[in-house]
Write a protein that binds this ligand. Structure first.
Ligand code: FAD
Length: 392
């Protein structure tokens, strides 16, 4: 590597040397898809507040990224690091695209793969891996986000059937999903249920007027006396640990994904600063600009090294979920700081969709909140460091 002008900020850190050839090829294939299919369209989709989820799901299925870190049932069975780097490339395109893949693979498919019966796996996973069926994951409720233990959605037995009542809120892919994984309180604790779209009493109105994650479908799930057969319950998930285990999978993807958004912001801004002439010289040639770019590049590289370490621990089978909190907190917090700083360096141009930066910045507001807010991850880390739980 020549240190004079590295191709990208991460090349400066020699990150590629930590990634094997097959994983690098896979990452390049995802980057190619994003360059070809997403970058030319994303500003328009964002402005219109839509994402062609069904078309994209099929294409992402062909690319092999849906449930890619799971094995069997048509899933690719890649390493955790490969999945993380795919999330990095997808989120460099848009957080909405990465959210689609995270919810499909790490939340809905993972819940079925880890906690489902053999029949449930056979019924859903191959079609979901191919992008022919779309899943969503309903945990959050209007009054219970950070504290899902308070959930009010109930499932009661009626003969052999289950009857579900309640409302879930902020559910990615909800209105377009073929199957919703819904978590509900039963007399025996929290259990997961597979609710197919079209089940009487089940509706999923879309949430509009969002100014973040506009290229992503976000919905309410309304369950009004929804009757399900006994075999709709996920047999192996008992208690809140079921959904929380799934959240850890999705958080892992965000550790890498948020850095993808930051990387896109920084590379865009470096290129802009090198070409933008201010007072007869490039913006990039001013000390004030370089101090900002240097700090942002350092945070991006440090974040990637932490992400790769978390990925290596996951691949070794030794990752503790509380270590994911280190990465989720750091990646998203630094990514949003980078996006905001980059926006300012772009000046007025930075407020338009002609550049990806303000879109990433607005998206990262959602990423900061979902999958455990920054405060929740700080509290998890604080508990590890002190031995005291300070959640309540
Ligand atoms: C675009 C988008 C997509 C989403 N997709 C899904 C999905 O697919 N499925 C799903 O189930 N959910 C989804 N969510 C919901 C998300 O997980 C919740 O928004 C998140 O858990 C936070 O819950 P809340 O919004 O109710 O905020 P609250 O829990 O009400 O938090 C409000 C504030 O209080 C802080 N806070 C909470 N607890 C403490 C504490 N103990 N000490 C100090 N401060 C605290 C929080 O950090 C936050 O700043 C999505 C959210 C968004 C925005």
């Amino acid at each position: 590597m020549t240190l004079s002008t590295p191709a990208t900020t991460l090349a400066y850190f020699g990150v590629d040397a930590l990634i094997d050839d097959d994983t690098r090829d896979l990452q390049a294939a995802v980057r190619g898809f994003v360059d070809r299919r997403i970058r030319p369209e994303i500003a328009t989709w964002y402005e219109q507040g839509r994402l062609p989820v069904r078309d994209l799901a099929r294409e992402l299925g062909e690319l092999g990224v849906l449930g890619m870190h799971l094995s069997g049932y048509g899933c690719a069975g890649t390493s955790a690091v490969a999945y993380g780097l795919a999330c990095f490339e997808l989120e460099a395109g848009d957080s909405g695209l990465r959210s689609l893949v995270s919810v499909q693979g790490s939340l809905a498919m993972y819940a079925i793969w880890r906690f489902g019966s053999e029949e449930q796996k056979q019924q859903w996973l191959p079609r979901m891996a191919a992008g022919e069926a779309i899943g969503c994951f309903g945990l959050t409720e209007p009054d219970f986000g950070s504290d899902p233990a308070g959930m009010r959605t109930r499932a009661r037995r009626d003969g052999d059937d289950w009857v579900l009542d309640g409302t879930k809120m902020w559910i990615t892919n909800g209105s377009v999903a073929d199957v919703a994984v819904v978590w509900a309180r039963t007399d025996g604790g929290v259990r997961g249920f597979l609710v197919p779209a079209g089940t009487p009493g089940f509706t999923a109105p879309e949430i509009t007027r969002k100014l973040s994650l506009r290229a992503s479908v976000t919905s309410e799930l309304v369950l009004d006396d929804v009757r399900l057969p006994a075999d709709a319950m996920l047999p192996e998930a008992a208690g809140l640990s079921g959904p929380l285990t799934c959240l850890n999978e999705a958080r892992f993807g965000i550790v890498f994904g948020a850095l993808g958004a930051a990387h896109d912001c920084l590379e865009t801004t470096i290129a802009y600063a090198r070409s933008r002439q201010i007072f007869d010289k490039p913006l990039a040639a001013y000390q004030a600009t370089q101090l900002k770019l240097a700090d942002m590049g350092l945070e991006l590289g440090k974040g990637m090294l932490l992400a790769l370490q978390i990925g290596a621990l996951k691949d070794a089978g030794t990752l503790d979920h509380r270590q994911i909190s280190l990465g989720k907190l750091n990646s998203v917090r630094e990514a949003i700081a980078i996006a905001r700083e980059c926006r300012a360096i772009l000046g007025a141009a930075g407020i338009t969709l002609d550049y990806p930066v303000i879109r990433h910045s607005a998206n990262l507001e959602s990423v900061l909140t979902y999958e455990g807010t920054s405060e929740v991850h700080q509290l998890i880390i604080g508990q590890v460091l002190t031995g005291h739980a300070a959640f309540k």
